[in-house]
Design a protein around this ligand. Structure first.
Ligand code: SAH
Ligand code: SF4
Ligand code: F3S
Length: 464
């Protein structure tokens, strides 16, 4: 899973053309600016929102000219929410300048804080939770009459399955496809089950239709998204589609289409799924398998429902079936009652797995979660920082060692864009999700090419 924040990715050249054409036809169409924070699911949701509003607004990447600003928010840690408050205050000046400007808040923070937000953030015209986006046209119209509105109802079956997202993030090469929503796992520290509601899978027919459309539009890579994709399940007429089956269906669509997925909970990473990943060349050999902690005491307290031994057995199975498979993880430092011994266990599980990459966080207490109710957030912030820094330093070593092992190897790379460092260089990712930078030559974005790695840093591989 990738945690991004800040202004959303730029409009593509392709979208810009469509955008200009639309402007010619609908000269007075209003402008929508969307800013997205948080996980990939929020980015996928913003594309659904753009689709729901496409007959009412054209997208803009210039906040100054927007008639409607939507901020799609994340609540996962306190810092994520503080950042949104700051952003809303920055936007106040714009709202004073443009009296008819509407500002709406979407996503997990809307769901967590509900109507309370309308009182604390008077800039907001409306708020909509993650299952209320179909209702956005009404919320926008009603709140334009003056009174702030909200819809934070969670649904048991909303998957936006018939909505074809507007791909405005584009490099035109890789796209997210949401296959399920919500989470039933209730890890004690986590707010997601409360902000996203119960787990529900989207029908395979609509997922495949979206993949078909992406293929027609020239996409080369799809990432199947959910909080816990390996518990995907669809049952119809006595037939069951598991995540492994779904992956196979997508992989068989075209050998030219790369398939990725995020995120998988270690408890559900079945042999059946690993065998499918191993079997198909176009399913990327990269698994994000969040461990959270290396200590059984902490794992139990976190309600992760696996032990360190079980986790390591799954890692060994992955390596046995796919020796070249990269594994990344999420780690929380300083969870309630974490001793130095527990922390050492986390460092040792990291060494034992040898992660290619890790997303590392200090524990942040979230109101309403089990850990906030039951446990004391008793590790002082400076100590959490110290432990986190140790974890980050170790991961730096592991990532560098992993990259050094790749020097001299040849990888197939899907070209994603021009390198930020130089217009003469392109970048792409290999199956293991590592970024490789190489000379442009005759290659184009969207090409598959084989490159040989000549040198590396902890973050990047370079090829000739
Ligand atoms: N569904 C995914 C994770 C989604 S949240 C999974 O289970 O793997 C992404 C990551 O944020 C989590 O894996 C966890 O490491 C981190 N996280 C969640 N709640 C947190 C909290 N309260 N404090 C710090 N980190 C947290
Ligand atoms: Fe949160 Fe756990 Fe669900 Fe992941 S699996 S979203 S960490 S409750
Ligand atoms: Fe954040 Fe919600 Fe995703 S809390 S991590 S945006 S599911």
């Amino acid at each position: 899973m990738f945690y991004c924040a800040g202004s959303l990715r730029q409009l593509t050249f392709r979208y810009k053309i469509a955008h200009i054409e639309q402007n010619v036809i609908f000269a007075r169409m209003k402008k929508l600016y969307i800013e997205t924070y948080g996980c990939q699911m929020n980015f996928a949701d913003s594309e659904v929102v753009a689709s729901i509003l496409k007959d009412l607004y054209t997208l803009t990447d210039d906040v100054q000219e927007a008639d409607l600003i939507l901020i799609n928010t994340c609540s996962i840690r306190d810092k994520a929410e503080q950042r949104i408050h700051k952003r809303l205050h920055e936007l106040e000046a714009l709202k004073k300048k443009h009296r008819t400007l509407q500002v709406g808040l979407l996503g997990c923070m809307a769901e967590r804080m509900k109507e309370e937000l309308l009182e604390t953030e008077p800039i907001l015209n409306f708020i909509a939770g993650p299952d209320a986006y179909r209702n956005l046209p009404e919320l926008i119209a009603e709140s334009a009459q003056g009174e702030a509105k909200f819809n934070v109802l969670l649904s048991e079956d909303e998957t936006y399955d018939n909505i074809m997202p507007v791909r405005y993030d584009l490099n035109g090469v890789s796209a997210y496809v949401s296959i399920m929503r919500g989470c039933n796992n209730f890890c004690t520290y986590c707010v997601v089950p409360y902000t996203r509601g119960r787990e529900r899978s989207r029908s395979p027919q609509t997922i495949m239709a979206e993949v078909d459309q992406l293929l027609q539009d020239g996409y080369k890579e799809v990432t199947l998204l959910g909080q816990n994709v390996n518990s995907y399940r669809w049952e119809e007429d006595g037939e069951v589609v598991t995540f492994a089956k779904l992956m196979e269906m997508v992989a068989l669509k075209s050998s030219q289409l790369r398939v990725r997925f995020a995120t998988s909970h270690p408890k559900d990473i079945s042999d059946e799924l690993l065998e499918v990943i191993a079997k198909y060349e176009n399913i990327c050999k990269y698994i994000h398998l969040p461990v959270q902690s290396g200590s059984d005491n902490m794992l139990k307290k976190m309600n992760r429902v696996y032990t360190r031994d079980y986790y390591m057995e799954r890692v060994r199975k992955i390596k046995e079936l796919m020796p070249d498979c990269a594994i990344s993880t999420d780690i929380i430092a300083g969870f309630c009652g974490e001793t130095l011994e527990d922390h050492e266990q986390t460092l040792s599980v990291m060494r034992e797995v040898g992660y290619e990459y890790a997303y590392m966080f200090k524990y942040s207490e979230r109101g309403g979660t089990m850990s906030a109710k039951r446990f004391q957030d008793d590790i002082p912030d400076e100590e959490k920082t110290r432990r986190l820094e140790e974890i980050i330093a170790l991961q730096g070593e592991l990532s560098l060692a992993s990259n050094q092992r790749d020097v001299g190897k040849t990888f197939r790379v899907l070209v994603e864009g021009v390198s930020k460092r130089s217009a003469d260089q392109l970048y792409g990712r290999n199956s293991q999700n590592k970024v490789i930078i190489f000379p442009k030559g005759e290659h184009q974005v969207g090409d598959y090419i084989d490159v040989t790695v000549t040198r590396c840093t902890a973050a990047t591989l370079f090829a000739d």
